[in-house]
Design a protein around this ligand. Structure first.
Ligand code: UDP
Length: 449
């Protein structure tokens, strides 16, 4: 394929859960000969390098070391620095003899579509959440979905979706106040349905078959996921073992060494991703719930959350548990000692668990996580979800019970077998001739036209 002359620029929100899938997609493009330039602020470029013999390059667009605190502030700042640097980038690439053709942009940044058009480029919106969640945002955006938060209310969704209560909906349907910019841009992602030349989704056809068909009536979409490093799935990209960029420093060696000394399926891996923050009371219940389960556990507590771990917890559980600030999650999930994944159900973590065949205990916090948990439990049937009390807190007894059910109960075996089935389907999708592989090829041939 003569994709060599093609040059794509990638714009992702500079947070872990967005960079990971967009970087992985960039690797798939580069493996097919496309040149990719990724825009990134300075604090990311220090950990990113050029890849694929220079086919993937990182363009630094700010010299500031520290981004602003808070996700809403980060989004505003990022928009400013992209706008400031884009004209220069276009001119520079034009001058280098390899002009930009297409902007592949994070769908939560719909302004990037206008930016592309204003510079004579085409736009491809990249959705980093599930097709089901994006479909729900689309209904909300177009006024076809109304959510009332009165008691006992449920929502009327297309019949291809499971029946959902308020606790299963994306949190921004109910709480639009806590993160005004983020809720707005999440729902507004759908404006790309009309504007963008391509709509790319980090999912795969078999995983969300009916939803994909349903959205396809509204807009032509391409599933291009799961965007997991190739060595965990099809092994088609040489040496593609990790995402290649981490905002946090992983304690890789100590995690793997610790897991190596544990028996098969004996460890609960616990992580709430890169953004979610649990309240102090909830952290306490989680800690004692882990201890009560009497299982070995590997718990990721980011540095910013460290102070919420009960004071005497580490010393009381030193025989059973390891707490780290960040870990190489894919290696941990793929490790034979890992028996279950207690997760916030972020979309990447969900896809990773499905692709590696690990059953889950879902403890969703916000954003799309409640809906992902609903699908994990009732559609893909690879996990269960903890129940919160009236005050929203999930008790230590509940946590203990759910962990034990997945680790030792009959249900655990069923979930594990289902997870292994999804693993095969994920592999099939990305493998040569699979739906994802074909969709990426189709995207490339349209790019060349
Ligand atoms: N992750 C990791 N190490 C950790 C915790 C998370 O590498 O200790 C990675 C994980 O593999 C996933 C990403 O961080 O790719 C988190 O993305 P997700 O969508 O699950 O959650 P978010 O951080 O966006 O809430």
């Amino acid at each position: 394929m003569s994709s060599k002359a093609q040059h794509v620029v990638v714009i992702s929100v500079p947070v872990q859960g967005h960079i990971n899938p967009m970087l992985q997609f960039s690797k798939r493009l580069a493996s097919k000969g496309v040149r990719v330039t990724i825009l990134a602020p300075a604090y990311l470029t220090t950990s990113l390098q050029t890849m694929y013999g220079g086919l993937i390059q990182i363009e630094c667009i700010s010299e500031d070391d520290k981004p602003p605190h808070g996700i809403d502030e980060l989004l505003e700042w990022f928009e400013t620095i992209v706008f400031r640097s884009f004209r220069n980038l276009v001119d520079k690439m034009e001058g280098s003899g390899c002009p930009l053709k297409v902007v592949v942009y994070d769908a939560v940044l719909p302004w990037a579509q206008d930016l592309a058009q204003n510079h004579g480029l085409k736009g491809a919106a990249f959705f980093t959440q599930s097709c089901a969640v994006c479909g729900m945002y689309y209904l909300m955006y177009s006024g076809k979905l109304k959510v009332s938060t009165t008691e006992n209310s449920s929502v009327s969704l297309p019949s291809i979706m499971p029946v959902m209560g308020l606790q299963d909906l994306p949190s921004f349907f109910i709480d639009t106040q806590s993160y005004p910019s983020l809720s707005k841009i999440s729902i507004n992602q759908s404006m790309n349905f009309q504007k963008a030349e391509w709509l790319l989704f980090n999912s795969f056809d078999n995983l969300e078959k009916e939803v994909v068909e349903w959205i396809s009536h509204e807009a032509a979409i391409k599933t291009i996921g799961p965007t997991i490093p190739s060595m965990y799935l099809d092994k088609g990209l040489k040496d593609d073992k990790d995402y290649g960029m981490s905002l946090f420093k992983p304690n890789s060696e100590s995690c793997i060494k610790w897991l190596d000394s544990r028996e098969t399926s004996s460890v609960v891996y616990v992580s709430f991703g890169s953004l979610a923050s649990l309240g102090e009371k909830q952290m306490e219940e989680l800690a004692w719930g882990l201890m009560r389960s009497n299982c070995y556990f590997l718990w990721v507590v980011r540095t910013s959350e460290d102070s919420k771990v009960p004071k005497d917890f580490k010393s009381k559980t030193s025989e059973k548990g390891l707490i780290v600030n960040w870990c190489p999650q894919l290696d941990v999930l793929a490790h034979p000692a890992t028996g279950c994944f207690m997760t916030h159900c972020g979309w990447n973590s969900t896809l990773e668990a499905l692709s590696l065949g690990v059953p889950m205990v879902g403890m969703p916090q916000w954003s799309d996580q409640p809906t992902n948990a609903k699908y994990i439990m009732d559609v893909w049937e690879t996990g269960i979800r903890v129940k919160g009390g009236e005050d929203g807190i999930v008790t230590r007894e509940e946590i203990e019970g759910c962990i034990r059910e997945v680790m030792f109960g009959e249900k655990g075996n069923i979930l594990k077998n289902n997870a292994l089935k999804w693993r095969e389907l994920a592999k099939e999708a990305v493998d040569e001739g699979g739906t994802t592989d074909k969709n990426i090829d189709e995207f490339l041939s349209q790019l060349i036209k």
